[in-house]
Design a protein around this ligand. Structure first.
Ligand code: 0X9
Ligand code: ZN
Length: 766
């Protein structure tokens, strides 16, 4: 968080800095080889508890700065110069030393940056890079994707450095597309913010054309990214003082995130130059903020924005300048999307980020996100990235990539929500096959963060072959969940489909976004059920519990579950009551019969998927699962791997890692050949586990099937394309002359006239 330095403190630190130059034997200013970087040797990072205002005043007089987000009474993290900590007892301030030497953190970071510079096989997101390198990398990215990316210079810093932005959108006329704007490094020392927005830029560029969500997004909008809004300050953190925050105005600097016009001059900003939150002489007095303002205003299409900072792992929405909330519907949207972003981050294996109003942190007048929301009318957040305070601004290079990876899906979700009034998704994936004799039912969700879905407008549009599209309303199951059903169709035929929903303001959204021009396609197949268990009568062939399982409660059992906030009351089969569940009893509290202290494993009977080795047949595994891990003291800290084996359990390959807390039965299906070669030794295992004490883990499995899907072909349909024609004759003759067993139509081990006769007979009779 923000370090607040008072005037007196700055004077003290200048004296100390001079003292430390002397201590390390350097001669300031003279020798050209000398390292000009300011050192903070012996500065300690200390957690203190202040109970009175006079204690707080005394503490602020001693401190170089406050690192923690709290600047009132209570617990605070402060950076103290050498000797200061000894004065705390006489002030009656209890303390705990977090880091004995802040400079050693900076030195360790620098050494690690140098070490990583010598490593060859690491990505750009595994080390920090200076201004020149960031600009070069940005140019390289744009050059590698000339149809998607353009670089513009939004303006220049006080010292004349460029402030570049990269525009990323699909080819074609983008003038009517809404813009999502994100930026990093308003604050010079918050290096991770530049890395995260660069990673988002690169993920968009590489995802276009291969990832449907990215492709849809860039077809619909333009993302503009300003990786370094404060180039002078950023350069200064590399060359002079690692913990510099502001721009370089006059050598004292202006806090760019107090220089925006909305609320300018108010609480949490200062009018004196030495303050870490010096607001400047007027709104947009600084060329850096002014450049972004005029760029955004002249573009005129910005509908959403995120200003990335570090640290504290927070997702903050307006207002920041005062204790005020947006109107109720907008507040609901801010809250919903922020919580969903938190969940996206957790689902990506990330750390917890807390959603909250900005003013809850502290008042800060003149910040970028208040301007984006209040003046540019955009849906705008401030995100504080890692960590939660242990390393603070000195986030180790090993945490760059994980921070990028956890923020990418959250950004993607944010951008989709920001540009679309409603967002449609298919949680189990769009079906790739349909049945020849019954409807194929699947779940659809329509998100309604801003109450903008017009009820009753959810539609499935489908066509069989090249006929025209038919529309059918989705069936609402409540809570934004819907059901769609593809019609049955002749074997081998293709069914194109897409889904639409309308917003209350009359816009229609489609999934996929191009609707009928680029629909989903499913192929109709005959489905033979090779295995099916609805769990209503125990078959005995399931294995519940294996050697090495460590769970002490909540082991898998076949039972009729008792419902709780985490566990289903009803199984999935209808009619039916039984399923596999981790501890069927409800117990006196949620934590009584959930999975505790380790893992519990459930393994299916051995399944025969070997027919799938034949041409045109696929073996699909289908199951319904329930998973809950969002209750208790440490929510979302566990996951359930589901794995498949084709050698009777000797080796395992992951099908999915379940982290979603849908609190409902979810159908999942997998084509086994996408994971392992289908054999007659298939098993699937479900490992429910509690690795993080304090988290509630409940899981259930029901209605497991092995389906063989394909179109049985007529014997003479040699290429199995559903037609008997010249190609089949050619293939037969080829196989015949090669003495291939497939041409031995009477199965007598010989290739002769009789085989030809039988083939021709079958050919002419279909
Ligand atoms: O103070 C800031 O500008 C931001 N925090 S930082 O530590 N990165 O400097 C937060 C601004 C968001 N608004 C409020 N916290 N009110
Ligand atoms: Zn910041």
């Amino acid at each position: 968080m923000l370090r607040f330095a008072s005037r007196t403190v700055v004077l003290v630190s200048v004296v100390l800095a001079a003292a430390s130059w002397a201590q390390v034997g350097l001669v300031p200013e003279s020798t050209p080889q000398q390292d000009p970087r300011r050192r903070v040797d012996g500065h300690q990072l200390v957690e203190v508890r202040v109970n009175t205002q006079s204690q707080l005043d005394a503490l602020l007089g001693l401190a170089e700065s406050v690192w923690s987000e709290n600047i009132g009474l209570g617990l605070l993290d402060v950076q103290l110069p050498p000797g200061a900590v000894e004065k705390l007892p006489e002030l009656g301030i209890p303390h705990r030393i977090l880091h004995d030497d802040v400079q050693s953190l900076i030195d360790a970071e620098w050494a690690e940056i140098q070490r990583r510079n010598t490593l060859r096989d690491i990505s750009w997101y595994e080390n920090y890079h200076n201004y020149t390198n960031v600009i070069n990398y940005l140019n390289t990215l744009a050059a590698a994707h000339p149809t998607l990316a353009t670089i513009e210079i939004a303006g220049q810093s006080i010292e004349g450095r460029n402030i570049p932005v990269i525009r990323i959108t699909a080819p074609g006329d983008a003038s009517a597309r809404p813009v999502v704007f994100i930026n990093g490094t308003q604050h010079a020392r918050e290096w991770i913010s530049t890395k995260v927005v660069m990673y988002i830029a690169e993920s968009l560029l590489t995802g276009y054309g291969s990832d449907t969500r990215v492709t849809d997004l860039l077809n619909e909008c333009e993302v503009i990214i300003a990786p370094i809004v404060n180039p002078d300050g950023f350069v200064y953190t590399w060359t002079n003082y690692r913990l510099w925050r502001k721009n370089r105005r006059g050598g004292y600097g202006v806090d760019l995130n107090r220089n925006w016009s909305v609320g300018w001059g108010g609480a949490g900003s200062d009018g004196f130059t030495s303050s870490e939150v010096y607001r400047g002489t007027a709104p947009f007095s600084e060329p850096e903020t002014d450049a972004i303002r005029s760029f955004v205003e002249s573009d005129g299409r910005v509908v959403a924005a995120i200003d990335y900072h570090s640290y504290s792992q927070l997702i903050l929405w307006p207002w920041s300048y005062d204790y005020l909330d947006p109107p109720a519907d907008e507040l609901a949207r801010f809250t919903d999307v922020a919580y969903a972003m938190r969940q996206e981050i957790l689902n990506a294996g990330g750390v917890p980020y807390s959603p909250q109003p900005s003013y809850d942190l502290y008042l800060a007048a003149g910040v970028a996100s208040d301007w984006f929301y209040g003046a540019a009318n955009a849906f705008a957040y401030t995100i504080e990235l890692r960590d939660d305070g242990f390393y603070g601004f000195e986030l180790p290079p090993s945490q760059i990539l994980p921070t990028c990876q956890e923020n990418w899906p959250a950004f993607l979700y944010f951008a989709e929500q920001a540009i679309r009034p409603v967002v449609i998704s298919i949680p189990g994936g769009a079906p790739a096959t349909a049945s020849t004799d019954q409807p194929t039912v699947f779940n659809v969700t329509i998100s309604d963060a801003a109450s903008s879905y017009e009820p009753g407008t959810g539609m499935l549009h489908y066509r069989v072959g090249s006929s025209s599209f038919t529309s059918a309303p989705l069936t609402s199951l409540g809570g934004g969940l819907f059901q769609a059903a593809l019609p049955s169709a002749p074997c081998g035929s293709s069914i194109d489909f897409y889904i639409t929903a309308d917003s209350t303001d009359g816009r229609t959204v489609s999934l996929p976004s191009a609707g009928p021009d680029a629909p989903f396609t499913a192929t109709a197949v005959e489905i033979t059920i090779a295995f099916e268990d609805n769990m209503e009568s125990g078959t005995g062939a399931w294995i519940a519990g294996v050697a090495g399982d460590t769970a002490t409660t909540g082991q898998w059992e076949l039972a009729n579950p008792q419902g709780t906030a985490a566990q289903p009351e009803d199984d999935h089969s209808n009619p039916g009551t039984m399923c596999w569940v981790t501890g069927a009893l409800a117990g006196s509290s949620l934590g009584t019969y959930d999975v505790d202290n380790g893992a519990t494993t459930l393994i299916t009977p051995r399944l025969d998927a070997s027919p799938a080795q034949a041409d045109g047949i696929d073996a699909w595994l289908v199951y319904y699962r329930w998973y809950s891990n969002d209750q208790g003291a440490a929510p979302n800290s566990d996951s359930m791997p589901i794995e498949i084996s084709n050698d009777d359990g000797a080796t395992w390959t992951q099908l999915e890692l379940v982290t979603e807390n849908l609190n409902r039965w979810e159908r999942r299906e997998f084509n086994i050949a996408d994971f392992v070669t289908p054999t007659d030794q298939i098993r699937v295992r479900f490992v429910a586990r509690d690795l993080s004490p304090g988290s509630i883990v409940e899981a259930a499995i029901d209605d497991v099937r092995l389906e063989l899907r394909g179109c049985a072909c007529a014997p003479a349909d040699m290429n199995c394309d559903g037609e008997l024609n010249f190609f089949d004759v050619l293939i037969f003759l080829d196989l015949f002359s090669a003495s291939d067993p497939a041409a031995d139509f009477n199965n007598d081990g010989e290739f002769n006239f009789f085989d030809v006769l039988i083939f021709l007979d079958m050919f002419s009779n279909g």
